[in-house]
Ligand binder design. Sequence first.
Ligand SMILES: *[C@@H]1O[C@H](CO)[C@@H](O)[C@H](O)[C@H]1NC(C)=O
Ligand SMILES: *[C@@H]1O[C@H](CO)[C@@H](O)[C@H](O)[C@H]1NC(C)=O
Ligand SMILES: *[C@@H]1O[C@H](CO)[C@@H](O)[C@H](O)[C@H]1NC(C)=O
Length: 217
Amino acid sequence: MEISACFLASSLLLLVSSTSATDSKNNPADQLVAVINKNRTSHKSPALFDNAGLGCIALQYIKAYQGQCGEVGDNKKPPDSSFLDTFAPNCGVKPSTLAPITGRLLACQGTYVSPEEAFSILIEDRRSLQILHNKNHEEVGAAVSGTDGGAPYFWCVLFSNGTTNSSFVPQGGVPKTVRPGCFSGNDDDCSGAHGSSSAPWTMVAGIWIALACALAV
Ligand SMILES: *[C@@H]1O[C@H](CO)[C@@H](O)[C@H](O)[C@H]1NC(C)=O
Ligand SMILES: *[C@@H]1O[C@H](CO)[C@@H](O)[C@H](O)[C@H]1NC(C)=O
Ligand SMILES: *[C@@H]1O[C@H](CO)[C@@H](O)[C@H](O)[C@H]1NC(C)=O
């Protein structure tokens, strides 16, 4: 049984310059995990282990939406069996090391925003705040579908209570690289992490629809 509360928020997002997110070496998924852990520790919840295998699965989770932003607000989610059937094999994660998912946060945006702004879109109500601060989580994996060119932009955070060094373990120690997109916990260069060179979106102020969804399990 799972209770889910998704909401559609028509947000007015005034885009200000966020060039810090577009430095070539930066991985926005890792930056999102850093924001999450900083917020947790300020609220007396322990920091979470950034598990690359789980991060890769978070990117697979995004891909399951096939770019359908509206389904985030419609409260649709991939079947639980996809973790075993699709996500783990695509990441090279050993099926026997899959651990329970203890929380999910998902957002979809018409434009690329900084990890800090993605955080505030993901954490938009009391329910998502509870998921964020839940003390049962042990580890986290985050992903973003890309940083340029490919709107809409999905952000996904998966939490797990699996043990840090024996869950979501990839064959050979490193998850398969999945393009496009970025996930946390790996040192990989992130696809499209240079930001958009064609569109000066950092200078544009606009109105965008933001969709977010929080699921406790
Ligand atoms: C943690 O995040 C929540 C949701 O964005 C925010 O309301 C709160 O002020 C943050 N806490 C700190 C210490 O930054
Ligand atoms: C992890 O979470 C699942 C689902 O919430 C729960 O059934 C399980 O007992 C938990 N395991 C540990 C080790 O806390
Ligand atoms: C994995 O974690 C367990 C418990 O924290 C610890 O005893 C063990 O040494 C760790 N193994 C590795 C390979 O880090």
